[in-house]
Design a protein around this ligand. Structure first.
Ligand SMILES: [Zn+2]
Length: 640
């Protein structure tokens, strides 16, 4: 029986980070687990979501085409997944012609069945940035530049989502596994019961997208394009419908409402399950560009190994909920669970077999009490993996590791070896340890494929670990008389201080590399050392005020200067001459709040007396960018 699962296709507006790596690691672990369960073939689709205004803009600021930009970032994902050992099968790019065909086909089917109509979309738009600002109210500022957004109306194609409320609710009721976990399913049901609005699925103001077949000036907008990639990736195979869409909780509605509705409208089979996981929190908050707390996976993998990172994320985060990442916690778990736990069990077991039995696994049935523990643990771990409860599965496997550690201490094989009457007891002890190690490794393989394969080889196993099936994992399958391999430490202890230093240093370098890749121009002023320090009293001499621009016009005979009247809460507005005309149209300045140095000595520019200075970031080779406020602030307020 086939099993087909997907990660989200990642938006090329950001480079890979720990969050996208987490979803992809989980997909990889599920694939390996499904193979153990006997599913065949098992395939993963991942990929890149490449269209839309953000990509258009990012490409423009890097002076390259959107195609080039998207290719550059898509390649970065491919390279990162290769470095992190992800065993995916399909990497779909939404710029792939085969994907265009699938989107067109889906649209045709929906249209033929009467679920597409023409209407007009009204929303807030920033003309400066050519950006739709979702959920903004008229007059709200643009989140990028702070200018007021404007209400626009354009003709769009709409999808009749409202027609699917009842059918979607039936789907969630009849098939509770369709959306998991349950608490997210319940939230979703409440949301859908509140009613569904029809969905605008095209735009005319965006160029970089998939053209609508009947009208070339329309392109598909976000979800009709992106979600369909799960089908495009496996076009021409029998993998569709997907058995599992693995996603972050922030995109659940799109996957559990829009996507099944599109497919119902088209008369196509629905995916079997959508499972939403939580966020990785760093210092208690979600990783985000604006908070600057993004962690990238490669430097962590370089310091502790990919397997330890995978183990940490799946052990520490209860799948479905938010979980925290920190370098300290990672190293603590590494040393406690991997170096002292699994790694130590492997090296002491193998070393004893080498020293006491000439490197050959003795023949025995093993100790029945440990065998019983192993059988119980294996059964519960199987059930936990099946629920994607990785944390619980790992906890159970570690209870087996603790049980065998305790057993070795109690049996004290280093004493048995000195007693000629204890030959059989020593054989039984060593066999029990080795068999428990084999079983633990096989069950840890989906989470730590690299490290477990190494221990597997050291145990002298002939069949590769990836070919193990659940039915091979019963107690007693380890063959006595099997020679073990060369012993090597798999998880050497880590010095926390050294490793954390290395990860932090690596993170800085990785961020710089990705910033260049993403076309972020370094700010010239930032690179220079800060100026000599001043004390608070000296700073207090500078009177910075919030000003409101009342009028603006170009200064005759100058390309650079604007003549502004600015209200800073005084009886009369100030006249200010500012060198910003190349960056800002006079009409765009009207009604804008700016920061003014109010006590700068007046100076004459082109015959006009400037009574203060406007504050802007100055970029080498770039245009000035005015300082502003995202929140409401009264005119005349002093900045301190
Ligand atoms: Zn803007």
């Amino acid at each position: 029986m086939k099993y087909y699962l997907t990660t989200p296709i990642y938006y090329v507006n950001s480079a890979p980070h720990l969050g996208t790596a987490y979803t992809t690691f989980v997909a990889d672990a599920i694939k390996r687990f499904k193979k153990m369960q006997g599913y065949d073939p098992v395939a993963i689709t991942t990929g890149s979501d490449e269209h839309g205004q953000n990509v258009e803009r990012a490409a423009k600021s890097s002076n390259i085409s959107p195609e080039e930009y998207a290719t550059r970032v898509a390649d970065e994902f491919v390279n990162q997944w290769a470095k992190l050992g992800i065993d995916y099968d399909y990497f779909i790019r939404t710029s792939d012609p085969k994907h265009f065909e699938t989107v067109h086909d889906l649209f045709d089917r929906c249209q033929r069945n009467g679920y597409i109509y023409k209407g007009s979309y009204t929303g807030q738009y920033c003309f400066h940035d050519e950006l739709y600002v979702n959920d903004a109210k008229p007059g709200d500022p643009c989140p990028d530049c702070g200018r007021p957004t404007e209400t626009v109306t354009e003709e769009n194609y709409f999808f009749k989502l409202s027609a699917f409320q009842e059918r979607l609710l039936e789907l969630y009721e009849n098939d509770p596994k369709f959306v998991q976990p349950d608490y997210r399913r319940n939230e979703l049901i409440q949301f859908v019961k509140g009613g569904l609005n029809d969905l605008s699925i095209t735009r005319t103001s965006i160029k970089w997208g998939i053209p609508v077949p009947v009208e070339g000036n329309h392109v598909f907008y976000v979800w009709f394009d992106a979600l369909t990639s799960y089908m495009s990736a496996v076009k021409g195979t029998s993998f569709w419908p997907a058995d599992l869409h693995l996603i972050g909780k922030d995109i659940l509605r799109f996957h559990a409402i829009y996507w099944p509705a599109f497919l119902m409208a088209a008369g196509l089979p629905l995916p079997k399950q959508v499972v939403a996981h939580g966020w990785i929190l760093v210092e208690e908050s979600k990783m985000s560009k604006s908070r600057g707390n993004i962690i990238r996976p490669s430097p962590v993998a370089d310091a502790v190994g990919v397997d330890a990172l995978r183990y940490f994320l799946m052990r520490e985060i209860t799948f479905g909920q938010d979980g925290s990442f920190s370098y300290d916690a990672l190293i603590q778990r590494y040393n406690a669970d991997l170096a002292n736990g699994l790694g130590n069990l492997a090296s002491r077991t193998l070393t004893m077999i080498s020293q006491y039995r000439g490197g050959v696994v003795p023949t025995s049935d093993g100790a029945s009490d440990v065998a019983a523990v192993a059988q119980t643990v294996v059964q519960s771990a199987l059930e936990s993996f099946d629920r994607f409860d990785f944390s619980r599965a790992l906890e159970l496997i570690w209870s087996l590791i603790s049980a065998i550690d305790k057993f070795i201490v109690e049996r004290a094989p280093w004493k048995l070896v000195k007693d000629p009457g204890s030959e059989r007891l020593l054989d039984e002890t060593l066999y029990t340890a080795a068999e428990a190690l084999r079983i633990a490794c096989a069950w840890l393989y989906p989470v730590m494929p690299g490290a477990t394969a190494k221990i597997w080889a050291q145990l002298g196993m002939k069949q590769p670990i990836e070919s193990m099936r659940v039915s091979d994992l019963h107690w007693g399958k380890l063959a006595g008389g099997q020679p073990i391999g060369r012993i090597e430490a798999v998880f050497p202890r880590i010095d926390a201080k050294v490793a954390i230093e290395k990860m932090k240093e690596g993170e800085i370098q990785e961020k710089a590399r990705q910033d260049i890749l993403m076309g972020k121009k370094p700010v010239a002023e930032e690179a220079k050392p800060a100026s000599a320090t001043i004390n608070i009293d000296e700073f207090g001499k500078v009177d910075l005020r919030v000003g409101l621009v009342l009028s603006a016009e170009r200064v005759k005979g100058s390309d650079k200067l604007l003549h502004l009247k600015v209200d800073i809460g005084e009886p009369a507005p100030r006249t200010i001459v500012a060198g910003i005309a190349e960056a800002y149209e006079p009409e765009k300045m009207l009604g804008r709040k700016v920061v003014i140095v109010a006590n700068l000595a007046p100076r004459k520019l082109r015959g006009l007396e400037s009574q203060g200075m406007i504050v802007a970031a100055s970029l080498e080779g770039g245009k000035p960018v005015l300082a502003g406020f995202l929140e409401e602030v009264p005119v005349g307020a002093r900045l301190k």
